[in-house]
Design a protein around this ligand. Structure first.
Ligand code: GLP
Length: 239
C-alpha cells in the first residue's frame, strides 16, 4: 500500500482528481470505478471544473459504481444514482449508456448476476473508494468474505446511523443495499482510497497495520499490489 498523508482535504482532492484526469487522457476508453458518500465530493467537483475549463473528454469512458441502496423510490435524491448525476455525471460529458450503477431489476439474484457479468466485462482501470467508520468498503460490511462478488446486504446499524445525516430520519435510511463484492473491488487494476477526519482513524489504523480479516473488510486491500491511500493528519493519527 502506498500511503500519502497530505496537509488538507483540498490537497487530497487535487491529487486524486489529477490521477483520474491523467487516466482518462491516457486512455479515453478507460473504465472508472466510482464511489459515493461525502468523501469523493471534492474530487468530483474538480473533475467537473476540469471538464468545463479543459474539456477532458469522458464520452468513451465507462463508469461502474460500487453500490446502491435498495428500496428507495426512483429519483429519490439520496439514491446513489441521483447522487452521481447531481455531483458528477451532469457536469461531464459521459455517455449515459456507459454509466453503470447496480440496481434491483427482477430478483435480487438476477440483479447481482447482471452486475457481476457487467463487471467481468468492464474491469476498472482505477477504482475510487471511501471507507466506513467500521471498515466497510462499498457496502461490504464486517463479515463479508474475500471472494464475495456482487451481493445484497443488510446494512450494519452503524452504517445506517452514519448515513442518517442525509435523510430526514433514521427510519428513512434503507436497511438493505446491493454492492460490488470484495473480489470485484480487488479485480480493479488500481485502487485509490481516501479517508479524512478522526472518525476514520481507527479503521485506517486497522486496515494498514492490522491482520487481514473479514471483521475489517478494508484490510483485504492489503492483498492488492496497486493501492494508494490518501489520508489527512486526523485520519492518519493512529499510524
Ligand atoms: C457509504 C458508502 C461507502 C462510503 C462510506 C463512507 O456507506 N457505501 O462507499 O465509503 O459510506 O462515507 P463518507 O464518505 O460519507 O464518510
Amino acid at each position: 500500500m502506498n500511503i500519502h498523508i497530505l496537509r488538507s482535504k483540498a490537497e487530497i482532492d487535487r491529487a486524486v482528481a489529477d490521477l483520474f484526469i491523467e487516466q482518462v487522457k491516457a486512455n479515453p476508453n478507460s473504465v472508472l470505478g466510482l464511489a459515493t458518500g461525502s468523501t469523493p465530493l471534492g474530487v468530483y467537483a474538480l473533475l467537473a471544473k476540469d471538464h468545463k475549463e479543459n474539456h477532458t473528454d469522458y464520452h468513451n469512458v465507462t463508469t461502474v459504481n460500487l453500490d446502491e441502496y435498495i428500496g428507495l423510490p426512483d429519483g429519490h435524491p439520496e439514491s446513489y444514482k441521483e447522487f452521481m448525476k447531481r455531483n458528477l455525471f451532469n457536469h461531464i460529458n459521459v455517455d449515459f449508456n456507459r454509466v453503470h450503477i447496480p440496481s434491483i431489476q427482477g430478483t435480487y439474484e438476477e440483479s447481482c448476476k447482471a452486475y457481476n457479468d457487467l463487471l467481468n466485462q468492464f474491469v476498472p482501470d482505477i477504482q475510487l473508494l471511501g471507507i466506513g467508520a467500521n471498515g466497510h468498503i462499498g457496502f461490504n460490511e464486517p463479515g463479508t468474505k474475500a471472494d464475495s462478488k456482487t451481493h445484497t446486504v443488510l446494512l450494519a446499524e452503524k452504517t445506517r446511523l452514519d448515513n442518517a445525516r442525509f435523510f430526514n430520519h433514521i427510519d428513512e435510511v434503507p436497511t438493505h443495499a446491493i454492492t460490488m463484492g470484495i473480489q470485484n473491488i480487488l479485480d480493479a487494476k488500481r485502487i485509490v482510497l481516501i479517508a479524512t477526519g478522526a472518525s476514520k482513524a481507527d479503521a485506517i489504523y486497522k486496515m494498514i497495520t492490522g491482520e487481514i480479516t473479514e471483521s475489517l473488510p478494508a484490510s483485504f486491500l492489503q492483498k492488492h499490489s496497486n493501492v494508494d491511500i490518501f489520508l489527512d493528519k486526523e485520519a492518519a493519527k493512529l499510524l
